[in-house]
Write a protein that binds this ligand. Structure first.
Ligand SMILES: Cc1ncc(COP(=O)(O)O)c(C=O)c1O
Length: 381
C-alpha cells in the first residue's frame, strides 16, 4: 500500500503563501465553531459517559434518520452504522465485500480514497468511463455485467462527483439500480456532497430507489467539519453485525464524545440554517470560479458546471502537460491545483485536466487566482 499521489501533492502545494485550489477543504471561516463548542461543553457537563467506551449513540442515529429523510431516503435506525468518517465506511465495506481475487467496478477518474481502501484487497479494477455532462457510462457497466463479470460492488458518487463535479440524472440512477438487482451486484453509493446543492435540492440518492442492493455512505465532513471524523453507512440490518466486526478491528468504535456532541448540535435544530449559509457561500464561490474561468482561460478549455459539491474539472488541449503547468503555476504565480492524473485508475489516463476546488477561497481570491493560473496557461497553449 502507498500514500496516494493526491495526498502527497496536497502536502506540497499547501505551503504558506500559495493560493491553493488543490485540496477538498470546506471553508474554516464557515465552521460552526461557537455552536459546536457549546454543544461539546454541554454534553461533557451533562454526562461523563461522553468520555467512555459505548455502543453507537442512539440519539445521533435518530438524527441521521432525519437527515436521510431530507435526502428523500426512508430508513430505520437499525439500518444506520456509524463510522469514523466516510473514509472508514469505504474501508470497512471494501473489507466486507471484496474477496481475494475479486473485482470492483469504478470510474476511470474517481475518488482516490476508494482506491486506497481497496489496496489491501487488491481486486481487479474494472474501469468505467464518465461523461462530463451526464456522469458514469451506464452502458459500460451493463456490458461488463452482461459479459459475465460479477464485481464485489460498483462504486459511484452520484452527486457532485469528486473529482469531476458532475451529478447523474434520475434515468441513470434508475438504470444503475436495475442493473444491481438484475445481476445481484451491490452498489456502494458515496454521498458526502448531496446536501451541498446550489440550484435547488439535489435528486434523491440511489438508496431511495433500492434498500437491498445499495450501501449508502454519508459524512459530516463537508456539512459540519472534517475534523469530527464522523460518517455513516446505510446498510441492510442483517449486515450491521458483520460491519461491526470489521470496524472493531480498526478502531473499536467511533468517538463517543463526538457522537454525543454532534447529536446534541443536530437536536438543537442548528443544521438547516448552517446548511443554508454553506449553500449560499459555496454557490457564490462556484459562480465566481465559473465566471473567472470564462474570463481568463483559453477558449479551448472546457469545464464541468457542478450543481453541488466543491469541485470543477477543467479539460485542456491534449498537448498541455498539467504536471509541468502546476510546477510553473506554483513557482511563477503562487497558485495551485491538482492535475487530473492524480485521480486516474492505474492504467487509465485522465487526459490533460485539472481539478479546482472552489469552497476554500473567497470570491476575490478565486477571481485573482484563476486569472493568475490563466496567465501561465495562456503562455503554454
Ligand atoms: C467522494 C468522497 N468520499 C469520501 C470522502 C472522505 O470523507 P470523510 O472525511 O468523511 O472521511 C471524501 C473526502 O473528500 C470524498 O470526496
Amino acid at each position: 500500500m502507498k500514500r496516494s499521489v493526491l495526498r502527497q501533492m496536497i502536502a506540497v502545494v499547501s505551503r504558506p503563501g500559495i493560493l491553493s485550489f488543490a485540496g477538498g477543504l470546506p471553508s474554516p471561516a464557515l465552521f460552526p465553531t461557537q455552536a459546536y463548542g457549546a454543544a461539546l461543553s454541554e454534553v461533557l457537563q451533562e454526562d461523563s459517559r461522553a468520555l467512555q467506551y459505548g455502543p453507537p449513540f442512539a440519539p445521533l442515529i435518530a438524527q441521521i434518520v432525519r437527515l436521510m429523510a431530507r435526502r428523500g431516503v426512508d430508513v430505520a435506525p437499525e439500518q444506520i452504522f456509524i463510522t469514523t468518517g466516510a473514509q472508514q465506511a469505504l474501508d470497512v465495506l471494501a473489507k466486507l465485500l471484496v474477496d481475494p481475487g475479486g473485482s470492483v467496478l469504478l470510474e476511470e477518474r474517481s475518488y482516490t480514497g476508494m482506491l486506497q481502501a481497496l489496496a489491501s484487497r487488491q481486486p481487479r479494477l474494472l474501469p468505467v468511463p464518465t461523461d462530463l455532462a451526464t456522469g458514469i457510462n451506464v452502458d459500460t457497466v451493463a456490458r461488463y455485467l452482461a459479459s459475465g463479470e460479477r464485481p464485489a460492488f460498483l462504486y459511484v458518487i452520484p452527486e457532485a462527483h469528486n473529482p469531476l463535479g458532475v451529478s447523474i440524472g434520475v434515468d441513470k440512477r434508475v438504470r444503475l439500480v436495475e442493473l444491481a438487482r438484475e445481476y445481484g451486484v451491490p452498489i456502494v453509493e458515496d454521498d458526502p456532497y448531496g446536501l451541498l446543492s446550489y440550484d435547488g435540492e439535489a435528486p434523491s440518492p440511489l438508496r431511495a430507489l433500492d434498500a437491498d442492493w445499495v450501501f449508502y455512505v454519508g459524512s459530516f465532513s463537508k456539512i459540519l467539519a472534517p475534523a469530527l471524523r464522523l460518517g455513516w453507512i446505510v446498510a441492510p440490518p442483517a449486515l450491521i453485525p458483520q460491519l461491526t466486526v470489521v470496524k472493531e478491528a480498526v478502531d473499536l468504535e467511533t468517538s463517543a464524545l463526538t457522537q454525543r456532541a454532534v447529536g446534541h448540535f443536530l437536536e438543537q435544530g442548528q443544521l438547516p440554517a448552517h446548511l443554508e449559509r454553506l449553500r449560499a457561500a459555496y454557490g457564490s464561490r462556484r459562480d465566481a470560479m465559473l465566471a473567472a474561468l470564462k474570463a481568463s482561460f483559453p477558449p479551448e478549455a472546457v469545464w464541468t458546471i457542478p450543481s453541488a459539491g466543491m469541485f470543477i474539472w477543467v479539460e485542456l488541449p491534449a498537448q498541455v502537460d498539467c504536471q509541468a503547468l502546476l510546477e510553473r503555476a506554483v513557482a511563477e504565480e503562487q497558485v495551485a491545483f491538482i492535475p487530473g492524473h492524480a485521480f486516474a485508475l492505474p492504467g487509465c489516463s485522465a487526459g490533460a485536466a485539472m481539478r479546482l476546488n472552489f469552497s476554500n477561497a473567497t470570491e476575490a481570491e478565486i477571481a485573482d487566482g484563476i486569472a493568475r493560473l490563466g496567465r501561465v496557461l495562456n503562455d503554454i497553449v
